[in-house]
Write a protein that binds this ligand. Structure first.
Ligand code: ZN
Length: 157
């Protein structure tokens, strides 16, 4: 496994629409392993492939509602259901130090493939639901800053 560099706002890769994954091979497995290592190292809750310069529809996220926390791999993900959005605070590994209020569902259902190509559905609440939306938007070249209603100052630990 290898740590990858996380691209930050201003990088053109973050604005591009990603292509679907069609081959579920060793190359994909390596990408997923690297993304997981990079995510865990970053302290974030989600990472999309374009954030490390790979224009494929691949996401890893940390389901912090599980005990212990569980890394979920999402290939070709699509949010297929959600509840009424509420105003929540959001940030992004590619926009370091910036936080703002956005409208996000508190519950969402996603459909995706695993690293072997098997389709599955998964529900998420709270930050996980927020992350489903945030990360799939990355795959279409969008950043959360396009949706911010108001920026907020967050105290760093
Ligand atoms: Zn992000």
């Amino acid at each position: 496994m290898a740590l990858r560099t996380i691209l930050t706002v201003g990088d053109e890769m973050l604005k591009k629409k990603c292509r679907p994954v069609t081959e579920f091979n060793d190359h994909l497995a390596t990408l997923l392993d690297d993304m997981t290592q990079t995510l865990l190292e970053s302290g974030g809750v989600g990472l999309a492939a374009p954030q490390i310069g790979v224009l494929r529809r691949v996401v890893v996220l940390l389901d912090i509602n599980q005990e212990p926390e569980e890394v979920i791999e999402l290939i070709n993900p699509e949010v297929i259901d959600m509840n009424e959005p509420e105003q929540v605070i959001e940030g992004c590994l590619s926009v370091p130090g910036t936080y703002g209020y956005v409208m996000r569902p508190t519950w969402a259902k996603i459909r995706a493939q695993d690293r072997h190509g098997n389709w599955f559905e998964r529900e998420g609440e709270g930050i996980v639901a927020q992350c489903f939306c945030h990360e799939t938007e990355h795959l279409d070249g969008h950043l959360f800053t396009e949706k911010v209603l108001e920026y907020v100052e967050v105290e760093q630990e």
